[in-house]
Design a protein around this ligand. Sequence first.
Ligand SMILES: Cc1cc2nc3c(=O)[nH]c(=O)nc-3n(C[C@H](O)[C@H](O)[C@H](O)COP(=O)(O)OP(=O)(O)OC[C@H]3O[C@@H](n4cnc5c(N)ncnc54)[C@H](O)[C@@H]3O)c2cc1C
Length: 373
Amino acid sequence: MTRTDAASDRRVAVIGAGAVGLTAAHDLAERGVDVTVYERDTVAAASTGRAAGICYDAFADAVDARVAARAIERFRELSGHGAFTVAETPYVWFATEPGATADAIREQVAAMQRHGRAVEHADADALAAAVPALHTTDIVAAAIARDAAVVDTTAYARLIADRARDRGVEIRTHEPASVATDPVRVNGTAYDDVVVAAGAHTARVLADAGVPVPLKPYRVQALTADAPAAELPTVYDATAGYYVRPHPEGVLAGDGTEPVEADPDDYGRDGDDWFVDAMDDRLRDRFPGYEPAVERSWAGLCTATPDRDPLLGELRDGLYVAAGWQGHGFMRAPATGAALADDVLGGDGVPAFDPTRFDGTEQFAIAEGMIVE
Ligand SMILES: Cc1cc2nc3c(=O)[nH]c(=O)nc-3n(C[C@H](O)[C@H](O)[C@H](O)COP(=O)(O)OP(=O)(O)OC[C@H]3O[C@@H](n4cnc5c(N)ncnc54)[C@H](O)[C@@H]3O)c2cc1C
C-alpha cells in the first residue's frame, strides 16, 4: 500500500517483545516512527527465549533463502555488540533410510545451489572425516550448509530492545494488549498502525479483535546436556526428526513437532520424561562414547499455518500480522521484522507471505515444522 504521510507523524503499536516484534519496532523507530511495544510478560519471555538459536540460509524456496540470507547477514553485523555473538557453525542434515526423505535432501541441495546458497552434498565417509564424533555408517544422504551459525536468542532480543529504546521506542512490559479495529486501537489508544507479533498468542489476540487467522500453536521440546561438543556442527537427523547443536553447556538437542494444537496459556513448559529419555538414547547412538548428562529440559511453542509459510503483512486497514514461522521464526527475525517495518511504511514486504491469501477459516492439520519432504 502507499503511505503519503511522513514516518515521523506515524504512531505504531507493536504487540509482542519477541525477536520479530522487537526487530520491527527497532526498524520503524530508525525510520522516524513513534513506536510503542506492548508485552504481556518481559522481553524474550515466550518462544524467542526458549528457542535453540540455530540459524542458516539453507532453504529450498527462493523467497525463504533470500529472507534467511539477509537475516544471517544482519546477525553477523550485530555480533560483538552487547552480549550478542554469532558462533559460525555449519549445519549438517541427513537421512538414515533410502526413500522420500533421502530423495528430498538431494533435491533440496540442487535447489539451494540454484539460489546461490553455500550448500553441498556430503557422503558418509566425508562426514566421518569432517566430524569424527558423529556415527555416520547408517547415513544414506547428507548435506552441509556452510552459511550457518548458532546464537543466544535472548541476547539478540535484549540487544535489539536496547537499540530500539535508544531510538525512542517505549517498551511496556507486563502490559497485555487488547486490539480493536476501525480505527485500530490497543487498550483503547488509537494508532495509525498496529502490528501483532504475539507469537503463539497471535490468533487469540486477533480473534478477540474479530479478525480470524489460520494459526495453530504446537509444542516442541529441547534440552541441554553436558557432552563434549568441541568442533561439532549443528546436526539434524531428518529421518528421526531431532537436532543437536554445540552449546556452552555441552550440546543443545531438540525434536520437531507435537502435531496437536496447544493452548498458549496452558501448556507443559518442562520437557517430558519420554523426550529426555529418547534424546539421551539418540545422543548416545549418534555420538558413540558420549555419556550425556542432561542439565535441563523445556518446552515451548511454535506456530503452524496451512501452507507452512508465515503470515506477514497487512490484514485489515492499519492492522498487520507477523507470525506462523513453523519453527524457523528466530533465524529469520532480523529480515522478517525489517520487511514488516518496510511494509508499514509503504514498501512491498514479502508478497509471498501476504496474510490475505487466507480468509482465516481454513481447516488444516499441523505439519512438522522442520520437515524434509
Ligand atoms: C524449543 C524451541 C526451539 C526453537 N528453535 C529454533 C531455532 O533454532 N531457530 C529458529 O529460527 N526458531 C526456533 N524456534 C522457533 C522460534 O522460537 C520462534 O519462531 C520465534 O522465537 C518467534 O518469535 P516471535 O517474536 O514471533 O514470537 P515470541 O518470541 O513468542 O514473542 C511474542 C511475544 O508476544 C507476547 N504476547 C503475547 N500475547 C500478548 C498480548 N496480548 N499482549 C502483549 N504481549 C503479548 C508474548 O509474551 C511474547 O513475548 C524454536 C522454538 C522452540 C520453542
